[in-house]
Design a protein around this ligand. Structure first.
Ligand SMILES: C[S@@+](CC[C@H](N)C(=O)[O-])C[C@H]1O[C@@H](n2cnc3c(N)ncnc32)[C@H](O)[C@@H]1O
Length: 277
């Protein structure tokens, strides 16, 4: 197989590297954390789900296969979306899952259309409040957000923050769990909670382990290593950073619900109009 990447591994930013690899679970805790969180959220076949920043579609296809609900996955990277479509076709779930190129800051969906928005390791790189405002807009009243993100368990020394940014990009900004919840509350979510909070524990090189487990990727991994000898060193650098500093990091499912507007009786409405401050 001929690989047509135009940049060297050294020139790629973190997202470009992930897209080129097409990795399916590039989030803390990997696919086991995804399964644990989906159990906690209890998705039903009637739910209409958005996977925001879906990457190569592993989670969305898993949901379609195991629950049978309808899902739209969006990602800003056309390369990721292409891989996600290929995955859905190969796994026989194209009738349930659709993938589109889109920006999470301006989702191409009407207000109030999804029952559940899931996200995994995307908000950590972006403006949390702006992203959560979009999630709130597209959720139906009573709809839920479930966002698996990295958190900091104690303050990061400047040198460690600098190394983190070198590995994962300058916009990488994990928050303490309380700050994650504050961002959800600030935009208007209620019943906010961190589900399955846990410290980060890595077993070896997470990205490499995920790549080896995923049938979609493993077949051209050897070609990629041959073509780009810098690849293993780059993956080792990121893995080494996490291994050395894992005590600073945790992760959990940032969870909330869009409020259902209260239905007022005529008397209640008059009361509200007369006495609102
Ligand atoms: C760390 S990866 C996680 C991918 C996937 N959720 C997973 O867990 O494997 C972050 C993903 O967010 C996507 N992304 C980054 N900025 C985005 C944006 N503004 N809108 C949509 N997707 C974005 C990247 O292309 C990448 O696929």
């Amino acid at each position: 197989m001929v690989l047509k990447e135009s940049k060297s591994v050294a020139e790629m930013n973190y997202f470009e590297l992930l897209a080129w690899l097409g990795i399916g679970s590039s989030h803390p805790g990997g696919f086991p954390a995804t399964k644990q969180n989906l159990d906690a959220v209890q998705v039903t076949p009637d739910d209409y789900v958005l996977d925001a920043g879906c990457g190569s579609g592993l989670t969305a296809c898993h949901l379609a296969k195991t629950i049978g609900c309808k899902i739209i996955g969006i990602d800003i990277s056309p390369q990721m979306v292409e891989k996600a479509c290929l995955r859905a076709a190969k796994e026989g779930v194209s009738h349930l899952v659709e993938f589109r190129v889109a920006d999470v800051y301006s989702l191409p969906f009407a207000n109030n259309c999804f029952d559940l928005v899931i996200a995994e390791s995307i908000t950590v790189f972006l403006d949390k409040v702006k992203v959560y405002q979009e999630f709130l807009r597209v959720l139906k009243p009573g709809g839920r957000v479930a966002d698996l993100e990295m958190a900091i368990l104690r303050e990061l020394p400047a040198i460690i923050r600098k190394q983190m940014e070198e590995c994962f990009g300058s916009s990488t900004n994990p928050l303490p769990f309380e700050e994650w919840l504050k961002a959800l509350t600030q935009v208007g979510f209620q019943d906010v909670d961190i589900k399955n909070p846990q410290p980060l524990r890595t077993k070896g090189n997470t990205i490499l382990n995920e790549l080896k487990k995923d049938w979609l990727l493993v077949k051209d991994l050897t070609d990629k290593v041959k073509k780009q000898p810098g690849l293993l060193a780059r993956l080792q650098k990121n893995a080494g950073f996490i291994k050395r500093n894992q005590g600073y990091f945790g992760f959990g499912l940032v969870y909330g619900r869009k409020p259902i507007p209260e239905k007022l009786s005529f008397k209640g409405w008059i009361w509200k109009v007369l006495f609102r401050k």
